[in-house]
Design a protein around this ligand. Sequence first.
Ligand code: UDP
Length: 240
Amino acid sequence: MSELRFSRVLLKLSGEALAGTKKFGIDPESVSAFSKEIAEVVRMGLQVALVIGGGNIFRGMAASAKGMDRAQGDYMGMLATVMNALAVQDGLEKEGVQTRVMSAITMREVSEPYIRRRAVRHLEKGRVVICAAGTGNPYFTTDTAAALRAAELHCEAILKATKVDGVYDKDPEKHADATLFRNLTYIDVLSRRLQVMDSTAISLAMDNQMPICVFNLFGSGNIKKVVTGEDVGTTVQGGE
Ligand code: UDP
């Protein structure tokens, strides 16, 4: 247990993580793979809150670009995150991890309502709290939900899982000469418009001095490496 550098973290998984190599939907093999990695750190004693995205199913902004009312699309996006949360709950339970899905949009039959104090209690008991439906408000993203939940649940860091190794100066999937940053400040991210999280999420993390560790979810063992202090990915913090 002593090798952990955090006692409680907020892990942000984008919807893409659930789609695996496909662009859309839920790939059970990917869910199973990262569930195993989460289970390993939970067994080490780490308290984990999860925020799940919905981009593998529905994004409000994309729908509004095609003419749908933005808020209507955003509510659909939030509902998509609930489906993802249930899929991740299934994956984690198969690994023997105790979980609770807590939704910002009340859906009593499949989840608990999100109640901060109750979420903290679940974490203290070693249950993974899967936060669904983002912030419950349109015009936000699940990245902002991650920064919000991390702050109010007194997490020590946001672990932002992506499909690349960290934060680069340009898109590494398009530019072979892209350079990986190891450390950045919040202001660096905002002023250089680096693709880490949206600006609302970064500002919230900055205001609460919440470090963000960006790492590759598909690199085997990376979650454990991040929480035990191995040098992976990019850390965003400080700079004031
Ligand atoms: N969403 C929202 N409010 C929130 C969180 C999410 O309206 O607090 C909607 C929004 O339409 C968003 C969609 O849910 O596009 C899916 O979330 P997101 O795009 O953040 O998922 P990710 O990119 O992480 O897969």
